[in-house]
Write a protein that binds this ligand. Structure first.
Ligand code: PMP
Ligand code: GLN
Length: 391
């Protein structure tokens, strides 16, 4: 393994999913839904197989999907992008993020991000030869409704230096379920503009936001559109995480740079899924409101069930995930050991959140464990029942 990838072994999702399979446990580790997406979307993909859509689509994505992505960002965020020059279809948000790092970060350039971070970020920055400058997010006390993850503005300002190239944001945020407030985004904007940085904002959970929180796209802040790439994905919004249809939108020079890297990573993306995600993006507003309300209800089932089982939980504002603080549950406060024991003790799998802190900082999240609630009601009910009877 090349030096730049040292330390990035098998992901914790793979380890925990294998553990779930091996022990027949309920898998609340990796975040993927266990119900199909909307028929309007699935039917389009089925009908496209066996047609010209089976051959290489255009490199930047089909014109229909690019137009649908632009129309969707206009409809929900008031952002206007030219489908030809300012929209790029990618193999999931993952490729958009990695291609953006490869295209925009020079070896030795610094990338500021909030920690914990989604697991692909550190590897993407490392592949580009960049250096991470993490800003800590502090967890709220567990079992406290309305409490949210926060950061110290001084830490954000201190993370930026002469070598900083870009800020990599994720809102709504995995693994914390935090939605960055308008005031927090104003601060991000101030720092980005003052230091002349680029902004890459991963908003794959934009529609999975619960009552009381409102998602604001970072590209809508004054002055940011011209230096921001907005990354999205159809995976979460349409319950099609295996399709890997994502995108990056931004000013033409940034999108052209990412397209250059993308050309040599995957060249093009799966043809039949592109018209299907285009159909999804055009669904009426009620669809998008419906998935958020449905997921919020399931969040409540899981969080209440965890708490009733004596597991102190932090209720998220968005996404698929809730965190549990194991300090009051285990003397060693070790989330990884808790997750390794859980299949045996309860027949449930979760992921240790320490894996979402960067090298050297795993101790900061060592006591936290992440549970996914993007599962059918009966699965969640069975999982919390098993947890309540945990040995
Ligand atoms: N960003 C975040 C924050 C995520 O949680 C995920 C999905 N796990 C991704 C990116 C990757 O999205 P995709 O499957 O579209 O590559
Ligand atoms: N986004 C999902 C999660 O955080 C899936 C991640 C993955 O498998 N890489 O669980």
């Amino acid at each position: 393994l090349a030096g730049r990838l040292q330390g990035f072994g098998t992901t914790v999702f793979a380890e925990m999913s294998a553990l779930a399979t091996a022990t027949g446990s309920i898998n609340l580790g990796q975040g993927f839904p266990d119900t199909p997406g909307p028929a309007e979307v699935l039917d389009v993909a089925r009908a496209a197989i066996g047609t010209d859509a089976d051959q290489y689509p255009p490199g930047p994505g089909t014109p229909g999907l690019r137009a649908a992505i632009a129309a969707h960002l206009e409809r929900f965020r008031g952002l206007s992008y030219d489908p030809d020059a300012e929209v790029l279809v990618t193999a999931g948000a993952t490729e958009a993020l990695t291609a953006a790092m490869l295209a925009l970060v020079e070896p030795g350039d610094e990338v500021v991000l909030f920690e914990p971070v989604y697991d692909s970020y550190a590897a993407a920055v490392a592949m580009a030869g960049g250096v991470l400058r993490p800003v800590p997010l502090a967890p709220p006390p567990a079992d406290t409704d309305g409490a949210v993850w926060t950061f110290d503005p001084a830490d954000l300002r201190a993370a930026v230096g002469p070598r900083t190239k870009l800020l990599l944001l994720n809102t709504p945020h995995n693994p914390t379920g935090k939605v960055f407030s308008r005031a927090e985004l104003d601060l991000v904007a101030e720092v980005v503009l003052q230091a002349g940085l680029l902004l890459v904002t991963d908003e794959v959970y934009e529609h999975l936001v619960f009552s009381g929180a409102g998602h604001v796209s970072a590209a809508t802040l004054p002055g940011l559109r011209e230096r921001t790439l907005v990354v999205g994905s159809g995976g979460k919004t349409f319950s099609t995480t295996g399709w890997k249809v994502g995108w990056a939108c931004g000013p033409a020079p940034l999108v052209a740079a990412v397209r250059t890297a993308k050309q040599f990573l995957t060249y093009v993306n799966a043809g039949p899924f592109q018209p299907a995600i285009a159909a999804g993006l055009a669904l009426p507003d009620a669809y998008f409101a419906g998935i958020a309300a449905d997921l919020e209800r399931r969040r409540d089932v899981l969080v209440a069930g965890l708490r009733a089982a004596g597991l102190p939980a932090i209720a998220p504002e968005a996404t698929y995930f809730a965190m549990v603080d194991v300090r009051g549950v285990r003397d060693d406060a070790d989330g990884l050991a808790f997750c390794r024991d859980l299949p045996e003790r309860a027949g449930v799998v979760a992921v240790p959140a320490g894996a979402f802190w960067t090298a050297g900082h795993a101790d900061r999240g060592r006591h936290l464990v992440r549970f996914a609630f993007c599962k059918r009601d009966e699965v969640l009910t069975e999982a919390v029942d098993r947890l309540s009877r945990m040995s």
